[in-house]
Design a protein around this ligand. Structure first.
Ligand code: ZN
Ligand code: ZN
Length: 264
């Protein structure tokens, strides 16, 4: 890697379905990253359920090989890019996920494990998905289920890196979907997840995406990050960009975050 700092989490068009039609391509990120002197890791969504069942998914039918080939071509010219994937965890697909990691773990420079939805069609990371889920289940249970599943994901040791560890609070917080009194939204349970990562030697993302939502904080929060870093956690930083403007805008924050992490 040519530069000192790395943004480990950016999404591209056409590989991530939640990037807009006119959204950034590999080349767009490469241009800005070179200009701003940071390394960039492409971390497009790889959601096994959709990869297997949805013909419109960019990775359907083995297209991952095209993805890797395309990145490899850019790598011949640019020494500051990494190939990666943000892979969704499903508790009933652990074997398949392990097989995937066996097949592609070495081919990719970086893989981050993530949770976006556990009931298919009800992602907690979109407002519409969470709204639908809240019509089905009490908020308290949704939060508890998220933490239970995250614990399972970490203990499965399928992933060496975990993305946005407390993303359940992207919309559930005092600025948006206000937590009901019976909800446990304490820092402690996020710290417990982080401690499990330390125990399993899993790196934790400091994800900057919360800064574009009303919660206006990183995932996990800076306080939780500091605590976990003191206890020995390893961190990587990701902007979770879905647009070029956000990517560009967050570069100073990303550099500050790495400097802070180095001081703790
Ligand atoms: Zn994500
Ligand atoms: Zn992401």
């Amino acid at each position: 890697m040519r530069f000192k700092f790395t943004d480990y989490h950016v999404h591209t068009k056409p590989w991530s379905v939640d990037v807009a039609e006119e959204g950034p391509t590999f080349e767009d990120y490469i241009r800005v990253a070179e200009e701003q002197q940071i390394n960039v890791c492409f971390l497009d969504h790889y959601e096994l359920h959709y990869v297997e069942n949805d013909k419109t998914n960019p990775f359907y039918n083995g297209k991952i090989d095209d993805y890797l080939e395309e990145i490899d071509i850019y790598k011949e010219t640019y020494d500051f890019i990494l190939s990666g994937l943000e892979v969704d965890y499903y508790k009933d697909k652990e074997i398949k996920l392990m097989e995937f990691m066996d097949d592609y773990g070495e081919e990719l420079d970086f893989i981050g494990g993530s949770i976006h939805e556990w009931i298919i069609g009800y992602p907690i990371t979109t407002k519409a998905g969470l709204t639908k889920l809240l019509e089905k289940l009490p908020m308290r249970q949704i939060i508890d289920d998220y933490f239970e599943l995250s614990t399972k994901m970490i203990n499965s040791q399928i992933f060496k890196n975990i993305c946005h560890i407390d993303t359940i609070f992207r919309y559930i917080n005092n600025n948006e979907f206000i937590p009901t009194d019976d909800c446990d939204i304490s820092h402690d349970r996020v710290i417990d997840l982080g401690r499990l990562c330390i125990k399993n030697r899993i790196k934790i993302e400091l994800n900057l995406s919360g800064l574009r939502f009303p919660i206006k904080r990183t995932f996990p929060s800076m306080d939780v990050m500091k605590q976990l870093k003191k206890e020995g956690a390893g961190f990587f930083v990701g902007s979770d960009s879905h647009s070029l403007d956000y990517f560009k805008d967050k570069i100073p924050k990303l550099i500050d975050a790495y400097k802070l992490l180095n001081q703790i």
